[in-house]
Design a binder for this molecule. Structure first.
Ligand code: SF4
Length: 139
């Protein structure tokens, strides 16, 4: 069973109220079993919402509010969802502070990307779920 970031399949759960609908992801999933999840919406954060970035071991909104607790809650809900559905693999949205697999924005809201993982991605990886992002599908 594959977990997929909701925004990659057209769900309007992204911070700006939109999505990252991705034809490559749709194509990859043809004939496969998958479930869809958005950790940030699951945590109770609204859509739209302010963008957030990871700085050190915390997560901050663009207004400077510490939203670490919400992001951690979303990650724990994602892990519980994976366990409930027998998920062994996930396709997550690149560079998100929740879902980023290989890199994240650096916390300065300047568009600068640094190596790292989103909060949910980290928890899923630590619990044995194999991760890839949508860009890995075209490598
Ligand atoms: Fe997409 Fe993940 Fe952000 Fe939700 S938390 S909008 S699924 S990248």
């Amino acid at each position: 069973m594959i977990l997929v970031s909701g925004c990659l399949l057209g769900i309007n759960c992204k911070y700006n109220g939109g999505n990252n609908d991705n034809a490559v992801v749709h194509k990859f999933l043809e004939g496969k079993e998958y479930v869809v999840f958005c950790p940030e919406r699951a945590s109770g954060l609204p859509a739209p919402r302010l963008p957030s970035e990871i700085r050190g071991d915390r997560v901050y909104s663009k207004a400077g509010d510490d939203v670490t607790e919400e992001f951690q809650s979303g990650a724990e809900k994602a892990l519980a969802f994976c366990r409930a559905h027998g998920v062994t693999q996930a396709i997550l949205k690149a560079r998100s502070p929740s879902c980023g697999v290989h890199a994240v924005y650096d916390g300065t809201f300047s568009g600068t990307v640094v190596p790292g993982m989103g909060v949910t991605a980290r928890l899923l990886a630590d619990n044995g779920i194999a991760l890839m992002d949508e860009e890995d599908l075209i490598k």
